[in-house]
Design a protein around this ligand. Sequence first.
Ligand code: SAM
Length: 482
Amino acid sequence: MTPIRFGTEEQFTALRRLLRDAGYNDATLCSRAQVSSIYEVLASEIRQKHKPPLDDTIDALMWVLLEGRSISMRSWQHLVPGELTDLLMAMGLLVDQADEFICPLALYPVENLYVISDRNSSTADSVYPALVENTGRFLDIIPRSRCESFLEVCGGTGIAALLGARDFAAHSYAFDIAERSVEFAEFNRRLNGLANMTNSAGDLYAPAGPKTFDRIVAHPPYVPVLKPKAIFHDGGDDGEQIVKRIVEDLPAYLAPGGEFAMLSMGSDRKDTPYEHRVREWLGKAQAEFDIALVSRRIMEPADFVARSVMQGRSDSSEIDQWKRVFGSRGVTALVYGTILIRRKTGNRPAFTVRRQNSDRTNRAEMDWLLDWEGSVAGATATAQLLDGALTAAPDIELRVVNRLQDGDWAATGYQLQADYPFSMELQPQPWMIYLLSKCDGKKTGRELWQQLIDQEVIFPGTPLDQFATALTVLVSGGFLHL
Ligand SMILES: C[S@@+](CC[C@H](N)C(=O)[O-])C[C@H]1O[C@@H](n2cnc3c(N)ncnc32)[C@H](O)[C@@H]1O
């Protein structure tokens, strides 16, 4: 497997400067590939169809360092400054192979940090590339508010910790069990000139010792496998082997008020949804933690097995074994998405919620969810709703459900739908439908309660607190704004 060669501080600084001066950055790469996100560059049709002759320095850097293709030494030397060539060669990032240059690893910008990784998963300890869709999703869900200490477990290239060190953490840490990943993360730290980051090798939190962290993030291996394939990928036969241990040990490492975010997959089981199982994993300390699961995709176990077989990841002879694995554990669904955990500081009860991601859900919406559900659990939300002006969310839809009855369509119910901040459906009671039409941002919850009583839309004896609790459900669902 290709070794890496560390440069001196001067060489790292010069390499960084030359790559920047050449314009090897997110914006240029996206524009060359005609895509809007750096995570789409590798898969872009325009780049895949691209052919020599190459045009300029960026074209050559993309061709060789990002896409892993070879180029004649003559063409390269014509396009790329000699100083950059020498540095890349000195660090093992450019290799001369029969009069052609190749890059045996990959070197690319991610959020304008420079990152090296392996390019493919040919060995068990390959370093997971940071320029893939999954990592893009992971970086979208990490908390980026300022903090003292930020830990990325299962760090791979250390991409989240690198961002933390550059943008929002006084000190950031990346831990990984694979020595090769730790070495690459350290190379990346030095390539980006970040003094406030520590890379360590070890199983999950082992390198932390007694230290605790304000933020912990993870994009661990979570794929169910019957036979081991790669360290970055294998989550044991039910996929949860690493995910569960990350949560179980969280109470020892997440500081009070701290936040945890993990992109992974886990399972709903007979009688216990995934998010409640996560709560159980926290053990004795669970009352200190709020939990939110924001699901992106829910798959039946049989569907997962069928896909594994069709995509060649499993053999058809293993189908019965898969059935036994999922059946014996009572797995009813595999849930891919984000687990958010906050270690709360006040005395209010903890909450556990699940939401469904929509195209409009980002980290800001997840922060809102945690804050809002915290005020619902702490019973401060009802007062806010009664005294605050309420507005119906602008993009919600009310659908009428029709059923065929005796040869004619008959309206049998309604469905409210929202896609912001999450994708949500609700079967509303008739008074809710009326209420939403009256929430014009001018009346408080208390005034609306009185109006609905005066207009006999709700029963005159409806207690105000019960009305307010029903309003919290509408806000949680994204139908009503405060
Ligand atoms: C899917 S990769 C994610 C890498 C990086 N965080 C990213 O998002 O691009 C998972 C990483 O977890 C590491 N890993 C697997 N088992 C681990 C364990 N028990 N302790 C620490 N790291 C582990 C692998 O070596 C791999 O680098």
